[in-house]
Write a protein that binds this ligand. Structure first.
Ligand SMILES: *Cc1c(COP(=O)(O)O)cnc(C)c1O
Length: 393
């Protein structure tokens, strides 16, 4: 059957995110492959040195992924069975899984509905004699109040393990996240602002901690002389390869341009969404936008919270209809205590009601450096159109 000439071709699909690797990066990966040294070696050393310079000279070690990075941060801080770690229920489940993984207990504190990060005002009430650390997450790249975070840590003598997986390039009072503080963990997973395909890095306080982290990432091994070795701690296999490291070296060069583009797109969203809602006569809808922070956030994601109580459809239906219009969206994240494993371990979703509500209604809209300007207004119009069709009477 001949194609119907009267229908306009569908607009290209916009995924919620897409990594960007240029030809020079692809060439550099090929060179590593041809060199004969493909796993952890000179490129890893170069990447770690570049990262250390980026973070103002603090020691940095890389790992196979962000999850391994956080696990090793907990091990470096000697957190294990009997210890409690305070964290947020709105994160990628890796955050609390690694706490369980080392045998410690995650303690979930509810989030601030505006920042969607852990509500630091509620942390003190969750501290017990077993509390050893706070593990905040900077959702979508927006940091918490770092002065308040480190004041709490000091007051209660706690370690801080920052899950800054989404916050590479974010700042606090003009200082890069990672350039100060205690243990700061980043992810270089494919969707993150700086990607090595998979990978992660940990910023540490001193060389002793860095050496301990090196042991944990490779079987707990210490080399003694030319032929000697010893195993002093129980380590795993969490090293980053030169193939990944060389990608990271190239991504670092592009980071300022990526960052500028993300910020420009986020600014467009703040204008386009209210405009599209006005045009659709749905200005009264309580659609919650992100915090309009252009000095500190790296705009890892642009998220809205759907006004589900004003709509007669679920978030899933909104996502389906946006997908039909060629727009990819994501959920980052459901409240962790809704997961079966956490339910079995006795966590109650009702204990963190704000996280429960936001976890059900949060929606990630497309945001990545390769997006076109036109995409933002197209997405805003599509969103307003879908919401308008599903207003509760
Ligand atoms: C991506 C991410 C992680 C885990 O990183 P991986 O590299 O995927 O292991 C942890 N926490 C948060 C908040 C993340 O976004």
């Amino acid at each position: 059957m001949p194609a119907d000439k009267s229908t306009t071709p569908p607009l290209p699909f916009i995924p919620f995110t897409r990594p960007h690797f240029d030809e020079a990066t692809i060439e550099a990966v090929s060179e590593v492959l041809r060199s004969g040294w493909v796993t952890s070696g000179p490129k890893l050393a170069e990447f770690e040195a570049a990262l250390s310079a980026y973070f103002g000279g603090r020691p940095v070690r890389c790992f196979a992924n962000g999850t391994a990075t956080m696990k090793i941060a907990l091990q470096v801080a000697d957190i294990g069975p009997g210890d409690e770690v305070i964290t947020t229920p709105i994160s990628w489940v890796a955050t609390s899984n690694v706490i369980l993984g080392v045998g410690a207990t995650p303690v979930f504190v509810d989030i601030d509905p505006v920042t969607r990060n852990i509500d630091l005002n509620k942390v003190a009430a969750a501290i017990t004699p077993k509390t050893r650390a706070i593990m905040p997450v900077y959702l979508a790249g927006l940091p918490v109040n770092m002065d308040q975070l480190y004041a709490l840590a000091k007051q209660f003598n706690l370690r801080v393990i920052e899950d800054a997986a989404q916050a590479f390039g974010s700042t606090w009072k003009n200082q890069k996240i990672g350039s100060f503080g205690d243990l700061v963990s980043f992810s270089f997973q494919a969707n993150k602002n700086l990607s090595t395909v998979e990978g992660g890095c940990l910023v540490l306080n001193n060389i002793e901690e860095a050496q301990l982290a090196e042991k944990f990432r490779l079987q707990g091994l210490t080399r003694t002389g030319m032929d000697g070795m010893d195993v002093t701690v129980l380590g795993g296999k969490d090293n980053l390869t030169d193939l990944n490291a060389v990608i990271g070296l190239h991504q670092l060069k592009h980071l300022p341009a990526f960052q500028a583009r993300r910020t420009a797109l986020a600014r467009q969203y703040f204008a386009a969404i209210p405009q599209a809602m006005k045009d659709a006569n749905i200005e009264h809808l309580a659609l919650e936008l992100a915090v309009e922070n252009f000095t500190e956030s790296n705009w890892h994601m642009f998220q809205v919270v759907l006004p589900l109580d004003q709509l007669n459809v679920s978030r899933a239906q909104v996502m389906t209809e946006l997908k039909e219009l060629g727009i990819g969206t994501g959920v980052h994240y459901p409240c962790i205590t809704t997961f079966a494993l956490y339910q079995e371990r006795g966590y109650a979703v009702a204990a963190t009601p704000i996280a429960e509500r936001i976890g059900r209604a949060i929606l990630t809209l497309p945001l990545f450096p390769g997006m076109a300007d036109d995409d933002v207004s197209r997405i805003a119009k599509a969103l307003a159109g879908v919401l308008k069709n599903h207003l509760k009477p």
